[in-house]
Ligand binder design. Sequence first.
Ligand SMILES: CC(C)(COP(=O)(O)OP(=O)(O)OC[C@H]1O[C@@H](n2cnc3c(N)ncnc32)[C@H](O)[C@@H]1OP(=O)(O)O)[C@@H](O)C(=O)NCCC(=O)NCCS
Length: 167
Amino acid sequence: MIIRPFTNNDLAGAAAALVEVHDTDGYPVEGVDDPESWIKSEDVLAAWVAESGSRIVGHVAVMKPQGEAAVDLWVKQSNDDADHVGVLARLFVVQSARKQAAGQRLMEAAVSYARAQGLRLVLDVMVKDASAIRLYERLGWRKIGETVHHFGSGDAIPAVCYVAPTT
Ligand SMILES: CC(C)(COP(=O)(O)OP(=O)(O)OC[C@H]1O[C@@H](n2cnc3c(N)ncnc32)[C@H](O)[C@@H]1OP(=O)(O)O)[C@@H](O)C(=O)NCCC(=O)NCCS
């Protein structure tokens, strides 16, 4: 398993992996009508993929804040301003490649990039995504609050917000 920076050539493979994860896990809750645009957008600062046998099996991104509750919570609780906050997002690993530390290594790539850029990372995770919550807590991320994620036409789902450890 290789973890490396995302390139445009990875887009189709990452989109296929995302569609697979949506089928198995219902992630993302808003669906995957346009998986390529969901993965690659102007708000992405940097992204990485997990590759296994020339297949993209995982992905993570660091994104600019776009009004997320986790950013607001962190800015209120800290002396950080929003310009020094990044959002860890778009984390997924296909089921067949799980439990081999791809998720952990993708997280580590994102955290080390953020440190080098002077960004403090935050994220939100749906309460239902228990594997992801275990991963974040194992890596030392700290819960900073709760929110409700609104999507679709009036749907809502509970979520938890986390901040990355400093060391
Ligand atoms: C969350 C997610 C990315 C984790 O991916 P992953 O590659 O399985 O993550 P890791 O391998 O680093 O860790 C997962 C588990 O495997 C275990 N593991 C890691 N390496 C292992 C190894 N070599 N041997 C045995 N177990 C191992 C970890 O201890 C962890 O155990 P736990 O679930 O009991 O706590 C994946 O489950 C996923 O895509 N979920 C659906 C989408 C989602 O929820 N995304 C997050 C949205 S915020």
